[in-house]
Design a protein around this ligand. Structure first.
Ligand SMILES: *Cc1c(COP(=O)(O)O)cnc(C)c1O
Length: 409
């Protein structure tokens, strides 16, 4: 089918939840994608931070092919070879002890919130009502299911579905006083993204993150870090919280974990994880042999190809080049991010820029209306960064000319 044909069929047949860009992709290799007409695109979004080794990486293809021929699924009623092996790797890199596997990010959040409630109930002192409240942050994003949505501090996602799961309060972003004011003996967990992703690539301040850690530690509550977007080498460390020198009690991961297959995980400290008993939580698909085998190959590849250092180096180069662009245009407000998690805040809507870049063969997206977001694969090169910068220069020059003529009128 052609793009027009697919577009027409989807418009009739799909639940209308997506406003897609008009491109029909057929194949990918490395940092490039090709559409149905054979046009090539440089992928600086990686399927929203998922295809972290790019497309068609040999290690991923090998693991996939080998496991596809052996065993796809057995359910969690039985053992297979890869959950323990993958859990051991994840425990080692996170400083945590135990793992529960899910199929997505939002499911990892759901499970993490249930775990926090179960832990609070188990450890409530005699005669006291267990801690139950979750403190989340304004402007956050944690997913679309009911509890994850209840913890998502953005009205546009929540409003159509109220009433949501009760028990969540929102703290003003990076406002330490507000955090201290709202943290009381009803709070069982503070949930944060160390760097807000959908919220516009907004890092927590050191002071705020440290205060959340200190309050939860002293109050026997839990600190949950949502690393679904920022985790697993995206920022040049295994986890963004490492940049802050903070160890959370629970960490959620997903997006790049199985390099393109759906897989997420909850990582937890021993004492916290043991609040779940057999039967309290579960999933049919989560942690299947195929996804886990590929995830192991993904983590091994990061080490073998020394991608942590590469993400730091190329990410630093990318942000420096974006800073050069910022000097030229007064409507570029700020360049933010760490490693290859990069945002450019504009004083104008970013949608048209995304469209223009796409028309020139560069894929990025816009989040929070005015923030251009880049999540390129970890294997990206400085030359590919230069190509993207050259395209952005063209697009930005056009926007600038428009801005000037609008001002004259
Ligand atoms: C994408 C994302 C989620 C939701 O993950 P899904 O896999 O889409 O369910 C949750 N939290 C953060 C920080 C995310 O970026």
């Amino acid at each position: 089918m052609t793009l027009a044909g697919v577009k027409r069929a989807e418009a009739e047949l799909l639940v209308p939840t997506y406003d897609r860009q008009p491109v029909l992709f057929r194949r990918g290799r490395g940092c490039y994608l090709w559409d149905a007409a054979g046009r090539r695109y440089l992928d600086f979004l990686s399927g929203i931070g998922v295809n972290a080794l790019g497309h068609g990486h040999p290690a991923v293809r090998r693991a996939l092919a080998a496991q596809a021929g052996r065993l796809l699924h057995v359910s969690n009623l039985f053992y297979h070879d890869y959950q323990a092996a993958l859990a051991r790797r994840l425990a080692k890199i996170s400083g945590l002890d135990r793992v529960f596997f899910t199929n997505s990010g939002t499911e990892a959040i759901e499970g993490a919130l249930k775990l926090a409630r179960a832990y609070a109930r188990l450890h409530s002192s005699n005669g006291h009502k267990p801690r139950w409240r979750i403190l989340a942050l304004e402007n956050s994003f944690h997913g679309r299911t009911f509890a994850a949505l209840a913890a998502t501090g953005q009205k546009k996602y929540r409003a159509p579905f109220a009433p949501l799961v009760p028990g969540v309060r929102f703290v003003r972003f990076n406002d330490v006083r507000d955090l201290e004011r709202q943290f009381d003996s009803s709070v069982c967990a503070i949930l944060v993204e160390p760097i807000q992703g959908e919220g516009g690539i907004q890092p927590l301040t050191r002071e705020f993150f440290a205060r959340a850690r200190a309050l939860t530690r002293r109050g026997n509550a839990l600190l949950i870090a949502d690393e679904i977007q920022s985790g697993l080498c995206r920022t040049g460390r295994w986890f963004a919280y490492e940049h802050y020198g903070i160890q959370p009690d629970i960490v959620t991961v997903a997006k790049p974990l199985a390099a393109g297959l759906p897989l997420g995980a909850i990582l937890a400290r021993e004492r916290v994880a043991l609040a779940f008993h057999p039967g309290m939580h579960g999933t049919t698909f989560g942690g299947g042999p195929l996804a886990c085998a590929v995830a192991l190959a993904f983590l091994e590849t990061i080490e073998r190809e020394r991608l942590l250092a590469r993400v730091r180096r190329v990410g630093g180069y990318f942000r420096a080049r974006l800073e050069e662009l910022k000097k030229k245009y007064d409507w570029i407000r700020e360049v933010r991010g760490l490693g290859l998690m990069v945002g450019v805040e504009l004083a104008l809507p970013g949608k048209a820029i995304v469209r223009e870049a796409l028309a020139r063969g560069v894929i990025l997206n816009c989040t929070h209306d005015t923030v251009l977001r880049f999540l390129p694969p970890y294997i990206v090169t400085e030359r590919q960064v230069d190509n993207v910068i050259a395209t952005l220069e063209e697009v930005f020059a056009g926007v600038d000319a428009e801005q000037r003529s609008a001002k004259k009128k």
